[in-house]
Design a binder for this molecule. Structure first.
Ligand code: FES
Ligand SMILES: [Fe+2]
Length: 349
């Protein structure tokens, strides 16, 4: 089966950042699925998202300021409502120069803040301004302060980033280091998978004996890894009563740039104590992935046919079929049917 890079997943909630990214009265710029977005918070705490292009002459609204329920453009001071995106004021107009400013609109994006996670809904209908009929995924454990937070931009289409991160076969080659694993520690693995909401789960299991990093946690860690559309991977590691949640959002910025944000939430004392060390390890790990997908671009530039082979590439196949099924259900209005069936996968890594 050939891996194809198609457009982005739409009509879905994208992770846009942590609550602490957007202070009251401030804005930050985001690029999500080809849309420039100013993500902001008004003075009383409400999060909002508007297209980051002023309808007057395209200045980025994110460089302007938030003023009592509106965003003021930094160029000529036009103001737009944070809820409806309608223009409320054009300061350069004189008395007698009446204009129906409210007809000038910036696109608004539905937003939700749950726990410490902010979600933005990207609709395929650019005029969509209602309430989406699906909810963002829920991660109750992510309502505590993040212990680690790292982000990186990859120079590739989101599909390559997603299938690269979920691919189990690259570990011993891309992440070859004493504290993780080596080519020599490779052995056959058997993992159970089950469908999950808009994705699939590698059901709870004890991590491989060749994963040194897990040993740091002590006890008998049990890990459960879930992937869901559009590109949210979570790994929940339980050690006794304690939890480490690794939350990774893989977000397309545009066709050739992808943002990866990796955040750890935990109540595990030792993990917290060791977090400066773990931070270094996690950074190295993510940058090894980034280096590989950047290298891969050398080949992809020639648009070769790609292969997805046997069980080690089955998760990638599932990703493409999930994407397809999602697009089909959004287009037809029919309920989304998860194409993933429970399955045992075997590979060597
Ligand atoms: S470009 Fe925004 S007000 Fe002129
Ligand atoms: Fe990797």
């Amino acid at each position: 089966m050939a891996a194809s890079t198609t457009s982005f997943v739409l009509d879905i909630w994208y992770f846009a950042g942590l609550s602490s990214d957007v202070k009251p009265g401030k804005m930050v710029r985001r690029e999500i699925a080809g849309e420039p977005i100013t993500l902001g918070r008004d003075e009383d705490g409400t999060v909002f998202a508007l297209r980051d292009i002023c309808p007057h002459r395209a200045a980025p609204l994110s460089s302007g300021c938030v003023k009592s329920g509106t965003v003021e453009c930094p160029y000529h001071g036009w103001r737009f409502g944070i809820k409806d995106g309608a223009c409320k004021d054009i300061p350069a107009l004189c008395d007698g120069q009446e204009m129906e400013t409210g007809k000038i609109k910036v696109r608004t994006f539905p937003t939700q803040e749950k726990g410490r996670l902010i979600w933005v809904f990207i609709s395929s209908d650019k005029r969509f301004a209602g309430v989406p009929d699906i909810k963002p995924p829920s991660f109750p454990f992510a309502s505590r302060k993040a212990t680690l937070d790292d982000s990186l931009t990859l120079n590739c289409h989101v599909d390559h980033a997603v299938i690269g991160l979920m691919d189990p076969a690259h570990g011993p080659y891309v992440h070859r280091q004493w504290w993780w694993r080596s080519e020599h520690s490779m052995h056959e693995k058997t993992k159970e998978f089950a469908p999950a909401e808009r994705g699939f789960t590698m059901v709870a299991h004890s991590p491989s004996s060749n994963s040194f990093a897990y040993k740091l946690l002590g006890g008998k860690p049990v890990t459960e890894i879930t992937f869901r559309l559009p590109g949210i991977r979570t790994e929940k590691i339980k050690v006794g009563k304690k939890t480490v949640l690794s939350f990774t959002a893989v977000t397309p910025m545009d066709e050739s740039r992808t943002q990866i944000r990796q955040i750890f939430f935990t109540d595990h004392g030792l993990f917290k104590a060791l977090s400066p060390l773990i931070r270094i390890g996690a950074k190295v790990f993510l940058r090894q992935d980034a280096h590989m997908v950047n290298l891969q671009q050398m080949g992809l530039a020639y648009d070769p046919t790609l292969m997805l082979v046997e069980d080690s590439d089955t998760q990638a196949k599932w990703y493409f079929s999930l994407k397809k099924a999602w697009a089909k259900s959004c287009e037809s209005g029919a309920a989304f049917v998860n194409p993933v069936k429970a399955k045992t996968l075997r590979w060597r890594s």
